[in-house]
Design a protein around this ligand. Structure first.
Ligand SMILES: Nc1ncnc2c1ncn2[C@@H]1O[C@H](COP(=O)(O)OP(=O)(O)OP(=O)(O)O)[C@@H](O)[C@H]1O
Length: 217
């Protein structure tokens, strides 16, 4: 799916954070949102994922203006299309790793459902296999990011919104995460990554400098 911001502006606490920002994130492409700390990368990612409203401009998905989506339309978009790999977001600490991936209570243990194979595969790919019964709250920050990635794999999401996925990873896990995200793009998914990491940026097909319009004013 094509995800676009058209001339969006956002102020937080009365302070402008994004000022006339536009970006096109195409399917089959991994797009990097880059810029100095505080330039608004995370804010832009949240706007594109409909987690944060814009003050001006539009967010378009496959050409449809979704800026005015109702709460239920937003939920449907998140459920049917989106996966978020964000820091401190969307992981339920009091639930198991398996629950967080599948959002189903009975997938492991005695009841084996048809999705168990997919669960195992998604955990194998992120190096979390064997930890399905642990509480998510016991995982480190980097492990939680990989858990969110397992959920994206399990769901085979159409659009991935990813914030600093390699920031707290060692080099082995960094390469693994970069490879997994690249694979999503190769399979035609839309992958949008906010990052400072030069290796991550090198793996991206398109690079968007956040705040460049404001800088050129
Ligand atoms: N909830 C909030 N309350 C107040 N200010 C905020 C909030 N969220 C973001 N900001 C401000 O908006 C600006 C942009 O933040 P954002 O997190 O989008 O930047 P970033 O480019 O992702 O930064 P970094 O690379 O350091 O993660 C910052 O100045 C930040 O302080």
């Amino acid at each position: 799916m094509l995800v676009e911001a058209k001339d969006i502006s956002v102020a937080i606490g009365g302070r402008p954070v994004l000022d006339g920002e536009s970006v096109r994130c195409k399917p089959g492409i991994m797009t990097a949102l880059v810029g100095a700390s505080g330039s608004g990368k995370t804010t832009l990612l949240h706007c594109l994922g409909l987690l944060l409203p814009v003050d001006k401009g539009s967010i378009l998905i496959d050409g449809n203006d979704v800026t005015k989506y109702s709460a239920s339309e937003r939920r449907r978009f998140w459920r049917d299309h989106a996966a978020f790999v964000l820091q401190d977001y969307g992981i339920m600490d009091e639930e198991s790793v398996a629950f967080n991936v599948t959002l189903q209570a009975s997938i492991i243990g005695r009841r084996i459902s048809g999705n168990k194979e997919q669960l195992i595969q998604s955990l194998e790919q992120t190096g979390l296999i064997g930890r399905e019964n642990e509480l998510a709250g016991h995982l480190s920050g980097g492990e939680k990011q990989r858990l969110a990635l397992s959920r994206a794999i399990y769901k085979d999401a159409t659009i991935l919104f990813v914030d600093e996925p390699t920031a707290s990873l060692d080099s082995t896990n960094r390469h693994m995460v970069i490879k997994l995200l690249t694979d999503f793009a190769v399979r035609g998914r839309t992958v949008i990554v906010s990052t400072h990491d030069s290796e991550m940026i090198d793996a991206c097909d398109a690079i968007h400098q956040v705040g460049s319009k404001a800088l050129s004013h």
